[in-house]
Design a protein around this ligand. Sequence first.
Ligand SMILES: [Cu+2]
Length: 87
Amino acid sequence: MKADGTPVTELEPVMGAFSHLVAFHADGKTVLHIHPKTAHRLTDADRGGPQLDFQFCAPKPGFFRLFVQVQIAGEQKFAPFGVIVKP
Ligand SMILES: [Cu+2]
């Protein structure tokens, strides 16, 4: 969502995906790298958003620190957040 509250629909493909999501488990060893589902192979002309659907299959419970990467107007943006996976 943009600062004015409107949905983002201008996500640009980066390395073939509208987003890259990397998750690091608190164990310091487990790392996941996830891309959103798309209906077709993306081209540079495709634009995405506002919704991206990821399938996060945690291999173990615990805390994951995630970093999401997207690109808008040629500028890459990164955001961290955390998820606790219960047993
Ligand atoms: Cu990726």
